[in-house]
Ligand binder design. Structure first.
Ligand SMILES: Nc1ncnc2c1ncn2[C@@H]1O[C@H](COP(=O)(O)OP(=O)(O)O)[C@@H](O)[C@H]1O
Ligand SMILES: [Mg+2]
Length: 293
């Protein structure tokens, strides 16, 4: 089985020894899933955190399988978020789940074009906004989804000195402020960027929800930061995106900026934790938000 070294590194970076064992077992595990669930599993997509591949089911219908570590908390949260958010026509359908095998079976989105392929940033923001409106909802169920406040601990998990203390400190204070003054927590996707919104016919649907409880203003941070530094003037693009989200969704601009800053510093910490090189870009983003405050 030909897995990229980047994918293997990510899996081992995130899951350590269990990730290494999972990678070793993966070809046999895929064969077992095919046999047990009557699937034919085809070519994988570009892989990051899970093994995601095209498949066909026993009845001949197309599907997509998403395979991760068995009973992993992130896959469980994703599975439950898919079920809840799936009621609003803005989320990919979950056909079946076997969490003890780490397996989700999803409807295949055709043509599956990513929102990142839409040229106009304005149109993309508008599409993302309409997806957000469809998937957001209050949550009163009994699954213990993480809350944004649980993520804050990530700011202190990394070795000090690599990220300047002033950024960590500022993010902690702001994070605390935002959490304490938050009035309307809902179930959020948690990672709704341009590559997690795919085209199905004429519609656009979200895939890959993390499932986290927090306020709506947090949700726009993932979109706002992606495909930003490849633009000629990232600062202007970021401002324009926030303007549009404010207009389309009626969100509070100051809180979007605050969350954007906290998310950037937190992402820088996560990058360091996962051994990824993305922390510098996230710190640059934090500086951009900082001047907007
Ligand atoms: N239901 C689907 N239909 C079509 N393509 C999909 C579907 N789900 C995932 N993909 C493709 O697989 C890729 C990885 O899936 P994703 O759920 O984002 O995995 P990860 O958790 O590893 O980020 C996506 O970027 C997309 O190209
Ligand atoms: Mg993804």
């Amino acid at each position: 089985m030909n897995l990229s070294s980047e994918f293997k590194q990510t899996i081992i970076g995130v899951h350590g020894d269990s990730g290494e064992a999972w990678l070793r077992e993966l070809p046999y595990h895929i064969a077992r899933c095919e046999q047990t669930y009557g699937l034919k599993i085809g070519d994988p997509y570009k892989l990051t955190y899970h093994y995601v591949a095209q498949a066909s089911m026993e009845n001949g219908e197309e599907a997509v399988v998403k395979i991760g570590l068995p009973n992993h908390k992130d896959l469980i949260a994703e599975c439950i978020a898919l079920k809840i958010m799936g009621s609003g026509n803005g989320m990919v359908k979950l056909i079946d789940d076997h969490l003890n095998q780490g397996l989700l079976i999803l409807e295949k989105l055709n043509p599956g074009t990513m929102l990142s392929e839409v040229n106009s940033d304005e149109t993309a923001v508008s599409i993302a906004s309409s997806v957000m409106k469809k998937i957001w909802q209050p949550y009163a169920g009994d699954h213990d989804f993480p809350h944004l406040s649980d993520w804050m601990a990530g700011l202190r998990r990394v070795e000090q000195n690599i990220i300047a203390e002033k950024w960590i400190h500022k993010a902690e204070i702001l994070f605390d402020d935002l959490i304490n003054s938050s009035t309307n927590p809902i179930l959020l996707h948690g990672d709704l960027h341009q590559d997690n919104i795919l085209k199905k016919g004429k519609d656009w649907l979200a895939i890959d929800p993390k499932g986290v409880i927090g306020e709506a203003e947090y949700e726009v941070t993932s979109f706002s930061k992606n495909y930003l530094f490849d633009k000629k003037n990232p600062k202007d693009v970021l401002r324009k995106r926030l303007d549009l989200f404010e207009k389309e969704l009626g969100l509070d601009r100051t809180r979007m900026i605050g969350w954007g800053f906290c998310q950037a510093v937190l992402s820088a910490c996560w990058c360091l934790e996962d051994g990824a090189a993305c922390f510098e870009e996230n710190l640059h983003l934090a500086e951009m938000y900082d001047v907007m405050m």
